[in-house]
Design a protein around this ligand. Structure first.
Ligand code: PMP
Length: 319
């Protein structure tokens, strides 16, 4: 069974097709959460209302997949996590090796062969003022569970997306390469998509260049070339994006070119697909009711998906 048919769902809007995803979380009652150094039953794993992660979205996180007991690109995710924390001037109370060990233990304790890890650092408990340096120490927790971003059939039929009116935060406001806990920019664009009856929106940067989806990176295929927005467009430096660029595309005989792109590039593309830890690789067939290419998941997208699945299911790289 492919991992995008895991049975725990994200929150979704009430309109179709979002309604095809069940509401809320349905954490197993046996789920154990690693919180500040110990495993707790999930009902007991609680964070203070004075935690600045909650009060201000002050913190950072990672989402990491587990395939057949191996944690895909764990070390790369941890390095991105520690880079996000450093850019936020947030010092982890644990070393990267300690966090790695805790992630591994969390997968074992929860007996997860195929699933998803959410690793979170918050600023920690503080007062009602913004000053992050008055907080005690960062709160750290790890949830190992499962995730499904899009219904399984959309991997066959493709995803429809809209172009969000809302622009991605500019790099000099809140650098999108920091995976911060403040996701309202993305959430408001996601709401635009759901309001229009689809599940994902593409965001432009303030100069009108394509940046990314609300929770995934974007690629286009045009005349047998694979292109993706440059990091200068203001994007999360996606680990799945990097895997496509460095491993999957070369394996099927392509190189990926990073460049600045406009919405027209999507409309004129032969194929468009999104990548991310949660969505993996998914083809996009329509932008705002306009068909992309043949209006189906394209052959290069399918080859990349097949290559991805083969590699992660056989011996997922953990580096
Ligand atoms: N962009 C955004 C805004 C995201 O939240 C994500 C998911 N973490 C991605 C891109 C994809 O990144 P990755 O492949 O590392 O999951």
């Amino acid at each position: 069974m492919s991992s995008h048919s895991d049975n725990t769902m994200n929150n979704a809007g009430s309109e179709s097709p979002a309604a095809t995803l069940s509401k809320g979380h349905n954490a197993k009652s046996s789920l154990k959460i690693w919180l500040d150094g110990e495993f707790l039953d999930h009902e007991k794993a609680v964070v203070s209302v004075f935690d600045h992660g909650l009060l201000y979205g002050d913190g950072c996180f990672e989402g990491i997949r587990i395939y057949n007991g191996r944690i895909f690109k764990l070390r790369t995710h941890l390095e991105r996590m520690f880079r996000s924390a450093e850019l936020l001037r947030l010092k982890s109370p644990y070393t990267i090796d300690e966090i790695e060990a805790a992630c591994r233990e969390s997968v074992v304790v929860n007996e997860i062969a195929n699933g998803y890890i959410r690793l979170v650092f918050t600023r920690g408990v503080g007062g009602l003022g913004l000053n992050p340096f008055l907080c005690d120490k960062p709160t750290v927790f790890i949830i190992s569970d499962s995730i499904q971003l899009y219904p399984a059939e959309m991997y066959e039929t493709g995803l429809r997306v809209v172009m969000a009116e809302r622009r991605r935060f500019p790099i000099n406001c809140l650098d999108p390469s920091i995976k911060s806990l403040n996701y309202l920019n993305n959430i408001m664009a996601k709401v635009e998509a759901i309001d229009q009856g689809v599940l994902e929106a593409i965001m432009l940067n303030n100069d009108g260049h394509i940046s990314e989806g609300t929770g995934d990176n974007i690629f286009i295929v045009k005349d047998k070339a694979i292109l993706t927005p440059s990091t200068e467009a203001g994007i999360l430096h996606g680990i799945t994006r990097q895997y496509v660029m460095e491993e999957l595309a070369p394996a099927i005989g392509f190189e990926v070119e990073e460049r600045m792109m406009y919405p027209q590039h999507i409309l004129e593309a032969d194929e468009v697909f999104l990548t991310g830890t949660a969505c993996e690789i998914i083809g996009v067939t329509h932008l705002d009711d306009q068909e992309i290419g043949a209006g189906q998941v394209g052959p290069i997208t399918k080859s990349l998906e097949a290559e991805f699945r083969k590699r992660v299911e056989n011996n997922a790289p953990e580096d």
